[in-house]
Write a protein that binds this ligand. Sequence first.
Ligand code: HEM
Length: 326
Amino acid sequence: MEVYSGRIKIPLIVLLLSAFAISSTRVGFYKTTCPQAEAIVQYVVQSAVRSNKSYASGFLQMFFHDCFVNGCDASILLDGNLSEKTAATNLRLRGFDVIDAAKSMLETVCPGVVSCADILALATRDSVVQIGGTSWAVPTGRRDGLVSLKSEAESNIPGPKASMDDQIKVFASKGLNVKDLVILVGGHTIGTAACSTFIHRLYNYSNTNGPDPTIDQPFLPHLRTLCPLGGEQATRVALDTNSVNTFDTSFFDNIRSGRGVLETDSMLWTDARTQKYAQRFTKTRRSHQSAFNKMFAKAMVKMSKIELKTGNQGEIRRVCNTINTN
Ligand code: HEM
């Protein structure tokens, strides 16, 4: 079938293919327009994570919080009194300086070409690799969003007391299934949480005057020592005990033995819908590490395609914390 465009006949298949090409991301998007793009991001991120490993958990959480709010469009990077950054859940995000450094190098080499959204997607991959994860190919070609609202961050990022039904619902609304949820929350293999996010489990869980019964008995005094009743709520505790800066599968062994720190993490084991996937990554199963690495990579690529802006949508920002003024 052919379509008439003015006086030229264009095969329909060509039209469909070109529409697809501008409306999706692809690996190597900058191959001709900015061949050094990925190497520059990698260079900047590697040196940052080498000097401070906690950049890796910072990027991973930042990418999740970007993608779940209006898609992966770097809206999380925008400054503003009521921008996403200002939501309580985002106040500890870090790595903005690293993204800015990569962006300014890229603007020198190929101005106006590489989006901040792609820089964040690449930086997340590179930082995970730097702390022991396996690499994956990041499709690029995202464009940067023009809108960033605190209220949207508040309504799209699940909180530490979310029920499993709610978690599943939020992920489904982003096109992610229960398996994706388990694998992506496995990102809690790195990073820390404030006492305020789980202290409700330690002393008077659901008005029982006792702890959450799913917490491993010998683990409870450890958590109570770190987060005493009436103590400092901002104290940070490793989400994956004994392995806070290594991208491995011990998080799944921990939740299996009641050593999950967040209530939402422990639910991955207590809820049958998620346990069946979480089991696959515990050390009781063969090749659990390689299975996790492979599936995490796949789930990250899936997450990185939430509500994409491509083609003429959005823009390529000149600096990552502000939209272009002309
Ligand atoms: C139901 C889903 C999720 C819930 C309820 C949740 C909840 C939380 C909470 C409460 C914290 C601690 C925040 C703080 O005290 O600063 C946290 C940290 C973190 N989350 Fe999640 N999360 C979820 C999914 C994810 C996903 C999908 C990823 C990445 C793929 C992720 C990556 C991280 C990382 C890396 C940290 C550590 C941040 C740091 O060290 O500063 N989370 N999460």
